[in-house]
Design a protein around this ligand. Structure first.
Ligand code: ADP
Ligand code: MG
Length: 260
């Protein structure tokens, strides 16, 4: 151990170097490693720590409601989820190409899980991601408008992340001004960056959620679908399936849900 090295590490914020240089030096002496090999090991430790910190920071900034991974997704339980396409998407080329991913249909089939999992995968590759529900987005847009910083909000929160995840389109029926603001979000992102979007509504029913404005809805879908991977998930709710398997509900309730 050297006080000078410790002080320099502190000054240069080299946390991993400070933690490991002495142990690695002993090891290098025993194994007769060259100076260059030793330096390589010390610097690798610092690089690994920084990469880990940056991944953690990106996960935090993404504001996921929970962290889910593709590995946790049981494709056997979701025969309607196209495994090969989702695995292809997890390669993240769609983000490079600024394409969108739209996950559609029934409640509880894992749409949010898959959206988060793709988002988490992106953060692991150093990509800035932002997750927000449609309802929260509308609330934030309204707040920004009231506070006269709508354009800044669009620039920072909407154009800032390379991947924007908009969850639960369709649960909140929007009024005219809300639908207009939401449209601006989609228009801003168009060909600028990827959006992953989930909805329990099929496209034909989207206008119900956007103030029954068919013109606005079709202009929005036009932009969203121009470069998009649309994934229709079929199947029964995983939540209900869990409940049924633990005997909480009978199979009849489940059958009704599956076709809802
Ligand atoms: P949706 O967004 O389609 O309503 P969620 O993604 O919220 O559904 O899924 C509901 C819950 O069930 C979540 O906790 C999710 O992790 C879990 N889940 C859904 N489908 C699967 C699956 N095939 N494998 C593992 N967990 C799943
Ligand atoms: Mg969901």
């Amino acid at each position: 151990m050297s006080e000078t090295v410790d002080a320099l590490c502190e000054e240069l914020s080299l946390t991993a170097v400070a933690d490991h240089y002495a142990t690695l030096a002993d090891e290098a002496a025993k194994k007769k490693r060259s100076f260059v090999e030793y330096l390589e090991q010390v610097l690798s430790a610092e690089a690994a720590l920084r990469a880990e910190r940056s991944r953690e920071m990106l996960i935090k900034l993404a504001t996921f409601p929970t962290v889910k991974t593709l590995e946790q997704f049981d494709f056997e339980a979701a025969p309607g989820a196209p495994k090969a396409r989702l695995q292809e998407l997890s390669g993240l080329a769609f983000i490079e190409r600024r394409e969108n991913v739209i996950l559609l249909r029934p409640s509880g089939v894992g749409k949010t899980h898959l959206a988060i999992a793709l988002g988490v995968r992106a953060t692991q590759s150093g990509i800035k991601v932002r997750f927000i529900t449609a309802a929260d987005l509308v609330m934030q847009l309204e707040k920004a408008k009231r506070e006269d910083r709508f354009d800044q909000y669009l620039k920072r929160a909407i154009l800032g992340p390379r991947l924007l995840i908009l969850d639960e389109i369709g649960y909140l029926p929007m009024q005219k001004q809300q639908a207009d603001m939401f449209f601006q979000v989609i228009a801003k992102r168009y060909e600028q960056g990827s959006v992953i979007l989930t909805s329990n509504l099929s496209f034909g029913d989207w206008d119900q959620s956007f103030d029954d404005n068919a013109a606005l809805t079709s202009a929005m879908l036009d932009r969203l679908l121009h470069h998009a991977h649309v994934i229709q998930i079929r199947g029964e709710s995983y939540r209900l399936r869990d409940a049924r398997q633990s005997g909480l509900i009978g199979s009849k309730a489940n059958a009704t849900q599956a076709t809802a």
